[in-house]
Design a protein around this ligand. Structure first.
Ligand code: SF4
Ligand SMILES: [Zn+2]
Length: 383
């Protein structure tokens, strides 16, 4: 009997001798089912994914109105190769979008905003890198850069750090001097970038990109994620607080995005398996309070925008205090004043504080927290 067992090839956790599969292959494969592909291809390639106006601040701090245009593109080259663990942008892309489609989307965005009426800023988001030629045809890149510059509209575009090539950045700075490049750094830590985020670039590449953008007098906006997967709440608070202070001196703007669960991502799998919960709103307040005095000395704006804040798939608390805290965080991003949080309290703050204490003092690497809004019985049930 024991001999028979020895003959059986090792399997399960030990593997079966085959080449290891990366986690994103396991997770993404079901998302490439005919159903998922046909959903993506059902989008109208002549219509942008979404267009909206919000109040913003110009580089000199003057309040303005900004139009955000999220284009339907071919999607990020990094996602097609591998992809960040939290990114669900691919749900909005079509892989056959042409230059003519993008020009039609741009016209549609102008129609929806009455030709950017009253907007001194336009953010053009492409679910990837605006100036990556495989993602966005060069004629479209050029047209947007030149048109917004001639109309004196401040332009914000997104990019991956490793795609900031010297020739391309020089070209960009010539077509639209002084525009803002938003780099999704997510974490100022190479281990977290590699194993928690699967970002596809390192902090060294981010530094190189920042230096290059500065040389060309372009503005740098840095995105950080609060609570990447495989991390406890206590660690998320400690790390992100440190990252904010490390990247702010090198950025014109830092935008901290609390993790929200986007459909069909690795984080979504973990969330549905009860192995990940989005951050507490209290953690965001704590991070803001800890970084405020140092950041306010710098010429860098800090924005915290809890997407889906107060909802179960976004940063949330107990359910009764969420609305007030989300509103206070949003106000802080505009006013930069800690006064926004005065008088805000709730009994759930004690639960949050115990979770942070436990995460920092017990050997529970993925955290001690439980679902915040379910009953005790639901919590112990199998997912
Ligand atoms: S680089 Fe950006 S668009 Fe690409 S997979 Fe990562 S988060 Fe998504
Ligand atoms: Zn509460």
């Amino acid at each position: 009997m024991s001999h028979a067992l020895i003959m059986v090839p090792a399997s399960g956790l030990l593997g079966d001798g085959k080449k290891a599969i990366k986690i994103h292959h396991l997770v993404k494969a079901p998302e490439n089912t005919p159903h998922s592909i046909s959903r993506r291809e059902s989008w109208n390639a002549d219509k942008p994914a979404i267009v909206y106006k919000t109040p913003e601040n110009l580089p000199d701090g003057k309040p303005c109105m900004a139009a955000t245009v999220i284009l339907r593109t071919k999607g990020c080259v990094w996602w097609w190769k591998s992809g960040c663990t939290f990114c669900g942008y691919f749900n909005d892309v079509r892989d056959d979008v042409t230059s003519a489609n993008l020009f039609a989307q741009w016209e549609e965005a102008k129609r929806q905003t009455n030709d950017f009426d009253g907007c001194e800023m336009v953010k053009v988001y492409t679910s990837g890198t605006f100036f990556e030629d495989q993602e966005i045809p060069v004629d479209f890149q050029e047209s947007v850069l030149v048109e917004t510059f001639e109309r004196k509209i401040h332009l914000v575009v997104e990019a991956q750090a490793q795609l900031c090539y010297p020739e391309k950045i020089a070209w960009l700075a010539k077509k639209h001097p002084g525009c803002t490049i938003a780099l999704g750094l997510e974490a100022y830590d190479d281990t977290v970038l590699r194993f928690h985020v699967n970002k596809g670039f390192s902090t060294k590449q981010w530094h190189k990109a920042v230096d290059l953008l500065r040389q060309h007098h372009l503005r740098v906006k840095t995105y950080l994620i609060f609570k990447p997967p495989f991390m406890s709440e206590g660690d998320a608070l400690r790390h992100t607080t440190k990252w904010v202070m490390q990247v702010a001196p090198l950025s014109d703007e830092v935008s901290i995005n609390p993790m929200n669960i986007q459909r069909s991502t690795i984080v979504d799998r973990l969330f549905r398996n009860r192995e990940f919960r989005p951050p507490w709103l209290w953690s965001l307040v704590e991070m803001i309070e800890q970084t405020h005095s140092e950041i306010s000395q710098l010429d860098c704006r800090t924005i915290v925008h809890p997407t889906a804040g107060g909802r179960i798939r976004g940063a949330h608390n107990c359910g009764s205090c969420d609305e007030d805290i989300v509103a206070a965080i949003e106000r802080y991003s505009v006013s930069g004043s800690l006064e926004e949080f005065s008088g805000i309290d709730c009994s759930c703050k004690k639960v949050w504080s115990a979770e942070i204490f436990n995460d920092n003092n017990l050997p529970v690497s993925l955290g001690s927290g439980l679902d915040r809004r379910s009953t005790g019985t639901d919590t112990v049930r199998a997912p």
